[in-house]
Design a protein around this ligand. Structure first.
Ligand code: S3P
Length: 180
């Protein structure tokens, strides 16, 4: 299978929408390289996203995120997973919307809750009422994901291998990818 029109795919969506799992599977099927902005930030700084939030604060993390996105969004041949908050800044939304095929993975809240039940790593999820928090994030960020997305795919708790078939079928139907 081959990607048409764009040189790379960008995955957007909230925490626990399956950007990493589905991104890796998608990259494999399309012969592209998988990268993740959070992981790239952790590689260059040598510390976790959680520690960056703790020591430098969220705005400094967002600066690092924008810089990483600015660089990687120019790189061809990628499936790039972005952090859930990457769409907050206009400059990021413009980079995403103009430089690649943007897929919005839209999970239901039950799926997000299930997948993050044991999460101790994501800074924004610690010490909050997760259900209310996910609802609030959906309310404020869904329009931003929609704004940049070429394709929106609903995601539920199906295993990645099943979900990826639904994603690929959708991309093929809309002719973003070709069969050969
Ligand atoms: C964030 C999502 C995280 C990470 C950071 C902030 C957010 O990425 O970038 O903790 O604001 O939603 P994932 O969506 O990969 O969990």
């Amino acid at each position: 299978m081959k990607l048409r029109q764009y040189a790379s795919i960008f995955l957007v969506g909230p925490m626990a929408s399956g950007k990493t799992t589905l991104g890796k599977l998608l990259a494999k099927r399309l012969g592209l390289q998988f990268l993740d902005t959070d992981h790239e930030i952790e590689k260059t700084t040598g510390v976790s996203v959680r520690l960056i939030f703790e020591v430098e604060g969220e705005p400094a993390f967002r600066d690092r995120e924008s810089k990483t996105l600015e660089t990687l969004s120019h790189q061809p041949g990628l499936v790039l997973a972005t952090g859930g908050g990457a769409v907050l800044r206009l400059e990021n939304r413009q980079a995403l919307a103009t430089r690649g095929l943007v897929i919005y993975l839209k999970p239901d809240i039950e799926t997000q809750l299930k997948r993050t039940a044991d999460d101790r790593k994501r800074p924004l999820l610690q010490n909050v009422d997760r259900r209310a928090f996910f609802q609030e994030l959906q309310r404020t960020r869904d329009p931003l994901y929609q704004e940049v997305a070429d394709v929106t795919v609903s995601v539920d708790n199906r295993p990645g291998k099943k979900m990826i078939e639904a994603v690929l079928a959708r991309l093929q139907r809309q002719e973003w990818i070709t069969a050969e």
